[in-house]
Design a protein around this ligand. Structure first.
Ligand code: IPE
Ligand code: IPE
Ligand code: MG
Length: 246
């Protein structure tokens, strides 16, 4: 569903869009429970929501979107739910080749891959390869992603370089550390959206959200519509961002 530029022009200034939107897609389980459905039905509905939101963000002209699909902590869920989510993600990556890349989306998976099934790992490589020359929005799918794991990794890699003498410990600065994050060469998140009424980060993009504007809604992720994305962006555009200045 695409809102015509005419309709949204009043609300959104298309020249001052957030460069990078982060989305914590939460509330699938509660959405299903409210309807007397299994949690898996909520996850399926959530995947549909994701397609619409990425398409809309791309149509608006947003350059980067990072969506939290599975955290390093989500393995704690019952095996049945984890398996369902993994299959859904596999499906999403497979179909994304056909559907989302048709929308010119560059798809990347961020997070630790080694714990994922071989099938998913291979599909990620295929999907990334298939979409890498697209020119539209870059979508990072955070899959087995944890902000602490990401920063710890970067510290480990920098330590190796310091020990081998390639760099001096005193030369390490935040730009250098950023080079070892999954979001290397991408702008920081400037708008962070979380659905379902929870107001926490849950280990999402700890480094990249340092100056993000946070936007929360009680809507559950499967109910989140392109109009809600417009609202979040319009609110973002009305915030006074000072970055520590005056
Ligand atoms: C978000 O919805 C999706 C994932 C974490 C994979 P939840 O599954 O967390 O839904 P709630 O929070 O239990 O309602
Ligand atoms: C965060 O949601 C992870 C994703 C949206 C993938 P959770 O539902 O796992 O977070 P908590 O447990 O409520 O903090
Ligand atoms: Mg949740």
């Amino acid at each position: 569903m695409f809102f015509s530029k005419k309709k949204k022009a009043a609300e959104i200034d298309l020249l001052h869009l957030p460069k990078h939107i982060g989305v914590i897609m939460d509330g699938n389980g509660r959405w299903a429970k409210k309807r007397g459905l299994p949690r898996s039905a909520g996850h399926s509905a959530g995947a549909e929501s994701l397609k619409k939101i990425v398409t809309e963000a791309n149509n608006l002209g947003v350059k980067y979107i990072t969506v939290y699909a599975f955290s390093t902590e989500n393995w704690k869920r019952p095996k049945e739910e984890v398996d369902f989510l993994m299959n859904l993600l596999l499906d999403y990556l497979r179909n994304a080749e056909k559907t989302l890349s048709g929308e010119n989306v560059v798809i990347r998976a961020i997070g630790s891959r080694k714990e994922l099934s071989k099938e998913i790992q291979e599909q990620i490589v295929k999907t990334e390869e298939f979409t890498k020359n697209n020119t539209g929005i870059v979508m990072n799918i955070a899959l087995n992603y944890g902000g602490r794991e990401e920063i710890t990794n970067a510290a480990r890699e920098l330590s190796k370089k310091a020990v081998s003498g390639e760099i001096k410990p005193d030369d390490i600065n935040d730009e250098m550390l950023s080079e070892y994050l999954y979001t290397k060469n991408q702008p920081d998140i400037d708008l962070l959206i979380r659905t379902s009424g929870e107001q926490r980060l849950s280990n999402f993009m700890l480094w990249q959200v340092s100056y993000a504007e946070m936007w929360f809604t009680d809507k559950l992720w499967p109910d989140f519509k392109p109009a809600d994305l417009h609202k979040a962006i319009a609110d973002f555009q009305n915030r006074g961002r000072r970055f520590g200045g005056i």
